[in-house]
Design a protein. Sequence first.
Length: 402
Amino acid sequence: MLTGLLCLLFVGLQSGSGEAELIPPSNLNMITFNTNYTLVWDWDQSSAGADQATFTVQYIGIHQLRRKNPRWNTACSETSERSCDLTELQIFYLGIYVLRVRANMDGRHSDWSEKQFCPDKEAVIGPPSKVQLVVDVSSLDVFITDPQTSTNTSMREHIPKLDFNIVYWEQAENGKVLDLKALKSSNNLVNLPDLKEWTLYCVQVQSLQDFYNKSSSYTQPLCIRTEGVTPWWKISLYFLGSLLVAFLLVMAALYGSHLCVQICKATLFPGEKLPSHFKQESDFPRLIVSESELDLCDPVIVSAESARLEIKADPAVDSMVPPAGLEQDSSGRHSRQNSSSSGDSGVYSAGGNSSGLHPNMTSSSQNAQRRFDSEKRKMSDMNLEFKGFPVIPDEGVVDVEV
């Protein structure tokens, strides 16, 4: 019996010495932002060799440690990460907690490493969640939204005395900061008075907690240009410009309407009327002519008027006797007769009388013949000059009386 007890004691001592071989975690630290909490730590892997160690994280309120048997709450169990998120545990912001971590490997455990944590004192406060700028002539209204918790509620629920530090300055054209000023306020609406007109100003805001002297980072700079009293000449110019634009728009609308009406009128009611022959004996106009109507038409050729040859009669020729073979036709014009029909009878017609004879015809026939031949040659020469013009036969013979 005594030997068995000794063996059990030896085994217990061996197992206790094995647990002590694991190095506990070190450098416990809290990463916080408003009500977001994460515990991180370091651990030397060389003490475990090639094996992978896991970690266990527990927490308890400091007031519960006074109990005889305090009850620890497990936040992370057998995790291989070297961090543990405590945000979902809904830790009381004004409470004080004790956190502890140990390493686990192959059934063995290291010693606990502990850290005390008070969110109200140690948690980092965040900057305002939103900042807006509104211009009010020569002043600025700054709208500030409180920092938000992990459940999207205001941090004022945990920090009643939450203040804001507003820093603003004049931004020069070259980017240089001019006239830097700061204003502290606990209100969510802050007015920045006595600013220059038509000047660019930039604003940054941070959150403050005076009790623990905590401050957040600054928000991103927001810049806006102030306004001022508009001169009367600018108001008049803007008014006249607006009137001119309105007038041009109205005229353009009227002209467009008139143009559309004219186009529709010309398309639906054309001014040109159809010829009357398209409407004869028909109630509806016809634009296509049938083949039977085309057969009734004759082609007509229109040409330019040709020049006429006009020959004036010579007075000397009027007294000469026409040569043999010329007779006067029924229209009063002379014509040459065939020798077979007239012969050498020496009879001529003159003055429209075909049956009478001139009493001096026989005695002067030779002289008249010579004079007529001479005039004939002259007329032949004139005909050559006007050869390019068409000669009408009815106008080429002149009545000659002897």
